[in-house]
Design a protein around this ligand. Structure first.
Ligand code: NDP
Length: 253
C-alpha cells in the first residue's frame, strides 16, 4: 500500500520542495495552496511526473478573517484527499503553511497580529486536529510541524511571528506526549534562513548579516527541509518523537 502525505502550503517554497521529495519517493501527495493556483497546477503535473503515486491539490485558506470556519475548510480538504487516494488516514501530515510579517509591535495593527497568529499557529493546530481522528483510528501516523528558528531565538521586529512559532513548539511537544501512546509521532522542524519567497524582500545588507550569523555561510534551500521531513516520515525515524529539529546552518543569535 502506498504511503500518503498531506502538506499545507505546498504551492511554493518549503512546502513545494516537500511535495516533490515525497512524490519522488513514491508517496501519494495531497497539498494545499491559497493564492497560487497556477503554481499549484504546475506542481501537480511535476509531482505526477516525478513518481508513481497520485497527486492532488486543494485550495485551503487558513486566514481567520477570510473564512467563517477554518477548521471545516481544512477538515474537508483532508476528507476529499483521503477519498481521492482511497485511504482511511494519512501516514504523514505536514503543517507547513505560514506567513511572515516583520514589524515593530507598536506598528502592527491588531488585525495583523490576529492574522499572523491565526494562520501560523491556529492554522497548524487545526490541521493537526483535523487529521488526528483518522490517525488515532489506525493507531499510526506522523505529524510534522513547521516552526522556525525564531520560535527558539530572539528577533527584533519578529515578536508576533516568534510567538506563533514558539507556540507551535509547545503544541508539537505536548501533542507528542498526548498521542505517542496511540502510535502517532509528532516532531517539529525549526528552519533557519531558507531561500524562499519569504526572504525575497531582504536587501543585500540584511542577507549579508544573516549569512554572517550562519556558520555554514549560506542560506538554506527548501530541499534541506524536505529531506528531513521525508526522513522523519520513514522507518529510520520510528523512535523519534517530541523533538525540535533545527535545520539552520548553525545560526547563532
Ligand atoms: P512561502 O512564502 O514560500 O510559502 C508559503 C506557503 O503557505 C504557500 O504555499 C502559500 O500558499 C501558503 N499560505 C500562505 N498564506 C496562507 C493562508 N492564509 N492560508 C493557507 N495557506 C497559506 O514560505 P516558506 O516556504 O518559506 O515557509 C513555509 C513555512 O516554513 C512557513 O510556516 C514559515 O513560517 C516556515 N519557515 C520559513 C523560513 C524561511 O526562511 N523561508 C524560516 C523558518 C520557518 P500560496 O502560494 O497559494 O499563496
Amino acid at each position: 500500500m502506498k504511503k500518503s502525505v498531506f502538506i499545507t502550503g505546498g504551492s511554493r517554497g518549503i512546502g513545494a520542495a516537500c511535495v516533490k521529495r515525497f512524490a519522488e519517493a513514491g508517496w501519494n501527495v495531497a497539498f494545499t495552496y491559497k493564492e497560487q493556483e497556477d503554481a499549484a497546477s504546475q506542481l501537480l503535473k511535476d509531482a505526477e511526473a516525478l513518481g508513481d503515486g497520485l497527486a492532488v491539490s486543494i485550495r485551503v485558506d487558513l486566514t481567520p478573517s477570510a473564512s467563517k470556519d477554518v477548521y471545516e475548510g481544512v477538515a474537508a480538504a483532508i476528507k476529499n484527499a483521503k477519498t481521492y487516494f482511497g485511504i482511511k488516514a494519512f501516514d504523514t501530515v505536514i503543517c507547513n503553511a505560514g506567513i511572515g510579517i516583520s514589524n515593530l509591535i507598536t506598528d502592527m495593527s491588531a488585525e495583523e497580529v490576529e492574522e499572523l497568529i491565526g494562520i501560523n499557529l491556529t492554522g497548524s493546530i487545526l490541521t493537526a486536529k483535523a487529521a488526528l481522528p483518522d490517525m488515532l483510528g489506525e493507531k499510526s501516523g506522523n505529524i510534522i510541524i513547521m516552526s522556525s528558528i525564531l520560535g527558539r531565538r530572539a528577533g527584533s521586529c519578529e515578536a508576533v511571528y516568534s510567538a506563533s512559532k514558539a507556540g507551535l513548539i509547545g503544541f508539537g511537544r505536548s501533542l507528542a506526549a498526548e498521542v505517542g501512546p496511540s502510535g502517532i509521532r509528532v516532531n517539529v522542524i525549526a528552519p533557519g534562513v531558507i531561500d524562499t519567497d519569504m526572504c525575497a524582500n531582504f536587501d543585500e545588507e540584511t542577507r549579508k548579516i544573516l549569512r554572517g550569523e550562519t556558520p555554514l555561510d549560506r542560506f538554506g534551500v527548501a530541499e534541506d527541509i524536505a529531506g528531513m521531513a521525508l526522513f522523519l516520515s520513514g522507518d529510520d525515524a520510528s523512535f523519534i518523537t517530541g523533538q525540535v529539529i533545527g535545520i539552520d546552518g548553525g545560526f547563532k543569535i
